[in-house]
Design a protein around this ligand. Structure first.
Ligand code: MLT
Length: 199
């Protein structure tokens, strides 16, 4: 996978995993890392799938309808990439906080849905429920911050609440933050994520 790595915390400190939205690239969310934790290592990845030239982390059949088979395959690919990258780049595999927006939040959610201990924490900006009707791994100890829009046309509020419920049922500790700016990633929610992370 194409990525940017910035070593700041060394092998024993935390690492922020940045996952862009549809049509984004690996440099898009770098400013967020500086706000959430300027002292953490940063691993920012580009999605491997192209939709009309726009990078994504997995295929979709139409807006809001995911290609489940591809989602499962790409989630495994990202999980294994993290295992290998931690060895190669020398960061602690157990201290990864994902920061994802939209499609990037959905693949981060999918890592949580499929793998125990893939992420220590996750900050999900405008996520959806990645898959319905599956048993989640034991997520005890995993901390999740969801920023959702009460008027988000792409990721409706009920979906954010369902995601919170499913992750909580899996044992995760989940905070849900509301905004009213549609599907936009706002500075206000980034600041709320930063204070959640700091605590
Ligand atoms: C997705 O496909 O992951 C969601 O519809 C959000 C997006 O368009 O990126």
């Amino acid at each position: 996978m194409k990525y940017i790595y910035e070593e700041k915390a060394g092998p024993n400190g935390p690492t922020l995993l940045l996952l862009h939205g549809t049509g984004g690239i690996e440099s898009d969310l770098l400013p967020l890392a500086g706000i959430i934790d300027p002292n953490a290592n940063v691993l920012s990845v580009r999605g491997n799938v192209l939709e009309n030239g726009m990078p994504r982390f997995f295929r979709r059949l139409e807006e809001g309808v995911f290609d489940e088979e591809d989602l499962i395959k790409r989630t495994e690919e990202l999980h294994e990439f993290l295992n290998e990258a931690s060895q190669k780049l020398g960061f602690d595999r157990k201290q990864i906080t994902a920061i994802g927006y939209s499609n990037g939040a959905n693949i981060a959610g999918s890592l949580l849905f499929h793998y125990k201990d893939s992420l220590q924490k996750a900050i999900l900006h405008h996520p959806m429920v990645p898959r319905k009707g599956i048993d989640l791994p034991d997520l005890t100890g995993t901390k999740v911050f969801i920023a959702a829009g009460d008027n988000d046309p792409m990721c409706p509020p009920e979906e954010a609440e369902e995601l919170q419920q499913l992750l909580t049922n899996g044992g995760a500790d989940v905070d849900l933050h509301w905004e009213s700016n549609g599907h936009q990633l706002t500075m206000n929610e980034v600041k709320a994520a930063a204070s959640w992370y700091a605590n």
